[in-house]
Design a protein around this ligand. Structure first.
Ligand SMILES: [Fe+2]
Ligand SMILES: [Fe+2]
Length: 475
């Protein structure tokens, strides 16, 4: 079991104090990170005391401490899951050989690219969400937002640790660049499109933490299989925090749907009446679901990918729970992939390795289906016959095989004309976005909550909902 050192400037369980060069490098990056946090982190709340959990070790029990802290003073640390003795590369051409403790020269560029791409999403999401505190529906929700934000900050630390310790000078340069790109800035955008999309209301925030953080879960699982052991150990611990982010999203939408049901049970299902009563109508919830699911599905990359094939062949990036498969080499076998030829859907047999992105996406889509099922349980419990659904993965894509072709939400090819006619049925239009935004008002009184969302079933860490999760000091 690794020993956590919480006494220095950077809490860690990687023996930083014995590596003076690395310690100095990270300590010189730290003030740049804090400057970035103050500029791009939650706007208007930097002086508040927020009830946050902080990672203090990687023990199964008691890995986190709870307490009120000011966010710029949050103890962002470096924690890797414990090393598994004799771990071997679990897939690909090097299957069964000892896992690498150092970066193999021939895979240096690919690994750096993967770490930078993952690392870039972490500060990006903090930037996307930086104004949401100003419209938080309750102190409980505000706290959850900030919890997600500080942990994304810690995930950035995790990737920066890898860059600094294993990639020399270009690693240090990449670490600086991670603080220079800005979500949505056309001159220096974040690397992946979804992380440049605006996330300006809480319905988007809950959909984002449901669907986009869930992409994070799958990417981290695939990297946790990596033959590069430090990357694997880093990602394994990040997953512990990631599950809270998805909890925030999933229960957030559950509470929105619950509130909508309560209102529909009073005023009927006419969306205009539901809106007039201060709740978010179900068709709008569905449109937001469609928007954020499809954008997150894009994050898995092209359906046929030679990069994904070589990442797998080289033992750099595996599949979700690789150990559940029997064939870890995948040189034989095909994936039956729906493709469009002359405006018609047909099936193409794609070599397994080339289809690795799609195989990872399969797991993601079925995880999302389960989530939507759980949302539908709320509708069922409230005695409603309406149901939410997950659109087909081909719908509304901007990346890969299905981009540039129009599909309906069931995945059938449609014409541009039909798309234009039906687009507003499927995706939020300006009026929907403005309506949702108009419902977003900050609620600062402990125990109170906005009209469009139901309170949670329980509070955080055994505290009641009415606990003062954020002590807000008006500036
Ligand atoms: Fe993250
Ligand atoms: Fe996350």
């Amino acid at each position: 079991m690794s020993i956590a050192d919480l006494s220095g400037k950077i809490p860690n369980n990687v023996n930083l104090k014995d590596d003076k060069r690395l310690l100095r490098a990270l300590e010189s990056w730290q003030p740049h990170f804090i400057d970035w946090w103050k500029e791009m982190g939650p706007e208007g709340f930097q002086a508040d005391d927020v009830y946050l959990r902080t990672a203090v070790s990687v023990d199964r029990e008691g890995w986190a401490q709870f307490g009120h802290v000011r966010m710029p003073e949050y103890r962002w640390g470096i924690f890797l899951a414990d090393q598994e003795p004799d771990r071997v590369i679990p897939f690909g051409d090097n299957f069964g050989k000892p896992a690498w403790q150092e970066v193999p020269g021939e895979h240096r560029n690919a690994l750096r690219r993967m770490i930078v791409t993952q690392g870039d999403t972490e500060p990006a999401s903090v930037e996307q969400q930086r104004r949401l505190g100003q419209t938080a529906p309750s102190l409980y929700d505000m706290r959850n937002l900030f919890q997600v934000n500080v942990e994304e900050g810690r995930h950035l630390w995790a990737m920066v640790y890898l860059l600094h310790s294993y990639f020399g000078r270009d690693g240090r340069e990449e670490a600086e660049d991670l603080l220079l790109r800005r979500s949505g800035n056309p001159d220096k955008p974040r690397i992946l499109t979804t992380f440049n999309d605006p996330c300006e209301d809480w319905l988007s925030f809950f959909m984002f933490t449901t669907f986009t953080d869930r992409d994070g879960k799958f990417q981290l699982h695939a990297l946790a299989e990596s033959g590069f052991d430090p990357l694997s150990r880093t990602c394994r611990f990040m997953l512990t925090e990631e599950s809270h982010h998805m909890f925030v999203g999933e229960t957030g939408i559950q509470r929105v749907v619950k509130r909508t049901c309560e209102v529909m049970n009073q005023v009927g299902d006419d969306p205009a009446k539901v809106r007039a009563a201060g709740a978010i109508d179900l068709p709008t919830v569905q449109k937001y679901l469609n928007m954020w699911f499809t954008s997150s599905v894009d994050l898995f990359g092209g359906e046929k990918s030679s990069n994904a094939a070589s990442y797998f062949a080289d033992g750099l990036k595996g599949r979700f729970t690789e150990s559940k498969y029997t064939d870890h080499v995948c040189v034989e076998g095909v994936y039956e992939m729906p493709v469009v030829q002359e405006d018609k859907l047909t099936t193409e047999q794609v070599p397994l390795r080339i289809a690795m992105n799609e195989i990872l996406r399969d797991g993601y889509v079925s995880d999302c289906e389960n989530t939507v099922e759980r949302w539908n349980k709320v509708l069922e419990r409230e005695g409603r016959s309406e149901r939410l659904y997950l659109p087909n993965r081909r719908f509304n894509r901007r990346v890969g095989e299905y981009s540039g072709i129009r599909f309906d939400t069931a995945g059938a090819v449609i014409t541009e004309h039909e798309w234009t006619k039906r687009r507003d049925e499927w995706l939020p239009n300006q009026a929907d976005l403005s309506f949702v935004k108009s419902q977003m008002h900050q609620v600062l009184e402990p125990g109170k909550i906005a009209a469009w969302i139901a309170p949670p079933l329980k509070g955080i860490n055994d505290n009641p909902f009415a606990f003062e999760y954020v002590r807000h000091h008006a500036s």
